[in-house]
Design a protein around this ligand. Structure first.
Ligand code: Z5A
Length: 223
């Protein structure tokens, strides 16, 4: 796999094999975080070095930006730009160095969340988001995105006892239905990248489904 990074430089060639960039997407309570921890164990047992991380966040500055995004009032465009500001840091300091060193990066949410939340749910044009995606990422896209599909109500039930809600969690059902619709549309447009997970299945069944896809990726791309 040859990828041009956000500075227009080739990230790896045949003499320097790259790791894989795997993202986990879905609405709240879908089980992403639970599975990332299991996938890390699975991949390490297969002999890979694994980095787990999340968005917004993943760096010291990114985590500060996350705090603002989850708590402070802001315009929709500020929200979008802060997501990408945190992402620029994350790519340069964590994601690109790890992939270039041959590691597998497991990331809880990425740019597809910006399309789903800021685009489909908040209403910012998808074209504007695409401009930022190309600016910040170059041609870098996740090798695989596990999309955890779950009825909104079921996800909400799983996290209802968590305590104080953040700026996203207080949104209404229509907002989250729009987010879900966003992921559904993206899964059709990016069908080679997306892998749909029935997130209503048990934790073990969801893991099995993910491991099956990962075994295919390992067989396809080698070590
Ligand atoms: N956001 C954005 O707007 N734009 C962007 O570009 C980005 C993000 C990157 C923070 O995300 C917010 O940022 C997010 C979108 C926005 N807001 N929302 N909503 P976050 O990832 O921190 O928040 P989250 O997605 O809501 O996390 P979550 O609610 O923790 O969901 P999860 O990680 O998918 O679920 P979990 O923690 O693994 O599991 C939740 C519970 O369900 C837990 O008790 C588990 O034990 C249980 N669980 C897990 N799997 C199962 C199964 N299979 N069966 C039964 N119970 C299960």
């Amino acid at each position: 796999m040859n990828v041009i990074d956000n500075k227009g430089e080739m990230m790896a060639d045949v003499d320097h094999p790259m790791g894989m960039f795997i993202t986990f997407e879905g609405t709240e309570g879908a089980g992403k975080t639970t599975q990332i921890n299991r996938v890390k164990t699975f991949l390490e047992a297969e002999g890979f070095e694994v980095v787990t991380t999340r968005e917004p966040g993943g760096t010291a500055l990114g985590e500060k930006i996350r705090g603002l995004l989850l708590q402070d009032d802001m315009t929709q465009m500020t929200e979008l730009l802060l997501m990408f500001a945190a992402r620029a840091e994350h790519l340069d300091k964590v994601i690109i160095p790890a992939i270039s060193a041959g590691k597998w990066v497991l990331c809880d949410r990425f740019t597809e969340s910006s399309y789903a939340y800021q685009g489909y749910a908040r209403g910012i044009s998808l074209e504007k988001i695409a401009v930022l995606e190309n600016l910040i990422q170059g041609s870098l896209r996740p090798d695989c995105t596990f999309w955890f599909d779950i009825p909104i109500i079921e996800g909400m039930k799983r996290v209802q006892n968590r305590g104080e809600k953040d700026r996203f969690e207080v949104e209404n059902l229509a907002f989250f239905e729009a987010v879900s619709e966003g992921f559904r549309s993206l899964s059709k447009e990016r069908f080679l990248q997306f892998y749909k997970i029935d997130a209503l299945l048990s934790v073990d069944e969801v893991s099995d489904s993910i491991y099956q896809r990962l075994r295919e990726l390992i067989a396809q791309y080698g070590r």
